[in-house]
Design a protein around this ligand. Structure first.
Ligand SMILES: [Zn+2]
Length: 286
């Protein structure tokens, strides 16, 4: 569903200037929303954008009609007005300012309490070096990304299991540690095959302290999907995977209360609602 937010340029549009339209899907932007930007500028144009401190990286769409960027708003982003800066530069010369205001609405996430093994709330001193090393490793993994999309078409759920409506929940662990749940939990029984949600490259496949056996797939232009708590990893770092390819089996490793799959979607440093990504029609874009 696309809705033209900017149908044409105000002011100095001449006969030789192609019409440029901008749309955002979904139209209602909430904290945690992924967003697909579409700018119907000619192929020779370049489109530059910036939103909420993030650079938008546009690619030419499969439909041959427009430029697209897949982006989003972090689950913890402040709600209220924001400025979307967009500029289209045409081959004939000249720049079109397509900037606009975007209102970010609250998403009404829940609160909950959980009990986990005490070592996941207060890690023992002899694990601190490992945890620190893993923080650095993850920062390095998420800092690099392909300069073009590696995904193609819609994302699909990584398991055949019921999801729980848990993204964005404010959780308290063991009555003390408070955090926001930045992924989607699937009620996957131990040993359920976990599959790639789209094509990409495995950039991390190893056991981590909190995440347990963890697989991170890089989908290009700063987009990653993350599968945690696996009982087994079936891929290796550097491996290309396609949509639906098995990457491991679900389990209960790391900071868990029981077997399930935690699946997260990260764009740049923002965590996005996986359920919303799974509902997006990306077929015209890529
Ligand atoms: Zn989870």
């Amino acid at each position: 569903m696309f809705c033209a937010l900017v149908a044409a340029l105000a002011g100095a549009q001449t006969q030789s200037t192609p019409a440029v339209a901008v749309s955002m899907t979904p139209e209602v932007v909430e904290a945690g929303s992924p967003e697909l930007f579409r700018v119907s500028a000619p192929a020779g144009a370049t489109v530059e954008g910036e939103w909420l401190g993030h650079k938008l990286e546009f690619f030419r769409g499969r439909d041959g009609q427009a430029w697209y960027a897949l982006a989003g708003v972090d689950v913890e982003a402040p709600v209220g007005p924001s400025t979307l800066r967009l500029v289209a530069r045409l081959v004939e010369g000249g720049a079109m300012d397509l900037s606009r205001n975007v209102e970010i609405l609250p998403a009404h996430y829940r609160t909950g309490t959980l009990t986990v093994a005490p070592k996941f709330v207060e890690p023992p001193p002899d694990e601190m070096a490992r945890i620190k090393a893993e923080v650095d490793l993850k920062a390095k993994v998420f800092a690099a990304s392909a300069v073009e999309p590696l995904w193609s078409g819609d994302f699909r759920a990584p398991v055949k299991a019921a999801p729980t409506d848990s993204f964005g929940t404010r959780r308290t662990f063991n009555g003390t540690l408070a955090s926001v749940h930045k992924g989607m939990d699937f009620r996957a029984a131990m040993g359920t095959p976990v599959r790639a949600g789209n094509s990409g490259v495995v950039v991390l496949a190893r056991p981590l302290y909190y995440e347990g056996n963890c697989v991170v797939i890089e989908h290009g232009l700063g987009l990653f999907t993350i599968s945690m708590h696996l009982s087994r990893i079936d891929v290796h770092e550097g491996q290309h995977v396609s949509l639906g390819e098995r990457i491991g089996l679900s389990g209960a490793t790391g900071r868990v209360t029981g077997p399930h799959l935690h699946w997260a979607v990260r764009w740049q440093d923002a965590y996005l609602d996986p359920a919303k990504l799974l509902r997006m029609d990306l077929s015209r874009a890529r």
